[in-house]
Design a protein around this ligand. Structure first.
Ligand code: 6GU
Length: 242
């Protein structure tokens, strides 16, 4: 997969060199390039923003540098990338969207700062490529850079060959519409707290049932919206919640 990220703070994306994302890059599973938006300015001050039409606080990113950046990174001759614009006004980013993005050949992230990017940049880009505004949740960040770190981490771990143990992909929280059951390792007793006996029983059938019950109870407590979205429960699932 190819990924381009455009930002006025490319150093903010330095963590992409580390850990498993860094390893995916070193192995060539991920070809990632971070670009400084100011590359596409032409004035001495390398201006990227201006005051908003209609008034109001803050500054808006001017369209010209963005237009040139997108022309350079999504040239008309090549198959168009999917353009992702992190914004608190976007559609909520989910595990389902992570799977969708992991299937793309080329992602292009446009990181806005200040009050956002002039809307015409997105409108014009949409005539050439699919454009999606994405939000991490209902809170406001300074800019899109940290959102790109989050999105790329969730997408990269879904790429074939990135995770050592592919089994951890389908057992994880959100894969089955439930939060994950609690996990334990050695020692069996620690500071007066014991590992649940059933996990040490070797009875895989009962262990699977226990994990589902714990997952259901935890999800009902923390995320009742997710339990409601499961629809009708079978009698064993219903019993776990009684
Ligand atoms: Cl994706 N960007 C910004 N600037 N703020 C956010 C966000 C994204 N998601 C939640 N808050």
């Amino acid at each position: 997969m190819r990924v381009d990220v455009v930002s006025i703070f490319p150093e903010y994306l330095a963590p992409l060199d580390l850990s498993l994302i860094g390893r995916a890059r070193a192995r060539g599973v991920l070809q990632l390039a971070v670009h400084d938006l100011r590359t596409w300015t032409h004035d001495v001050h390398r201006t990227v923003d201006d005051t908003p039409y209609g008034g109001g606080p803050g500054m808006v990113m001017r369209p010209e540098p963005w237009g040139e950046a997108l022309d350079a990174l999504a040239p008309a001759q090549a198959p168009p990338p999917r353009l992702l614009v992190p914004s608190p006004a976007g559609a909520r980013f989910t595990q389902a969207m992570a799977h969708e993005l992991a299937a793309e050949e080329h992602l292009l992230f446009a990181c806005g700062r200040y009050e956002g990017i002039d809307q015409r940049v997105l409108d014009h880009a949409a005539t050439r490529m699919p454009v999606t505004e994405v939000s991490l949740g209902d809170y406001v960040l300074f800019g899109g850079e940290v959102a790109v770190l989050v999105i790329l981490e969730s997408v990269t771990r879904l790429l074939p060959g990135v995770l050592g143990n592919a089994g951890s992909l389908d057992e994880e929280s959100h894969a089955h519409g439930l939060l994950e059951a609690p996990v334990y390792t050695k020692p069996p007793s620690w500071r007066g707290h014991d590992v649940p006996e059933i996990l040490r029983s070797g009875d895989h059938g009962r262990i699977a049932r226990w994990r589902r019950d714990e997952a259901l109870r935890r999800t009902a407590e923390r995320r009742p919206d997710m339990v409601a979205a499961l629809g009708d429960l079978d009698r064993w699932d219903r019993a776990a919640l009684e």
